[in-house]
Design a protein. Structure first.
Length: 156
């Protein structure tokens, strides 16, 4: 009886079933299918994201300034100042508002128009804007966002 049990256990350990192959585990083929499915889904998702990004960029370019009508020009009145100080020039500097504005513009600030509680950046001829820096002025131009594209400037 003991020899029979030993023989049966030996046969069970050394017998290869049809599912098992030399050097492979039983579930390798099923695991490879899942990996292929995940990779295929990832590639499809990346391709779809690239397509949507391209279509979004093309739609954004199509609705840009090419077909849009320019904003009508209006007249704005206020104080010509700089974007750094706005209407709050420091008295401790010992200079006038005009000199402070010119110093700030030389330092990289932009000209601005303060009209009540609104501040507009000015995009126009710097020589003309320097002449009215620190004074009330009447600015004619088209506004886009918070920037006025200046066409003319006059003293108010």
């Amino acid at each position: 009886m003991m020899a029979r049990q030993w023989r049966d256990s030996w046969n069970r350990r050394n017998t290869k079933t049809p599912v098992q192959h030399a050097g492979r585990r039983p579930g390798m083929k099923a695991n490879r299918v899942w990996v292929e499915i995940v990779l295929l889904g990832t590639v499809a998702a990346c391709a779809l994201a690239l397509l949507l990004a391209t279509l979004g960029a093309a739609a954004g370019a199509a609705t840009g300034e090419v077909g849009s009508a320019p904003a009508p020009e209006q007249t704005y009145q206020g104080m010509i100042t700089c974007s750094r100080c706005e209407a709050k020039h420091s008295a401790s500097l010992g200079t006038t508002a005009g000199k402070c504005i010119l110093a700030c513009v030389r330092g990289g600030a932009a000209f601005a128009l303060v009209d009540g509680d609104r501040t507009y950046l000015l995009d126009g001829d710097l020589v003309t804007l320097k002449q009215v820096a620190g004074r009330r002025a009447s600015v004619v131009g088209a506004v886009k966002g918070n920037t006025i594209k200046v066409s003319s400037v006059g003293a108010a």
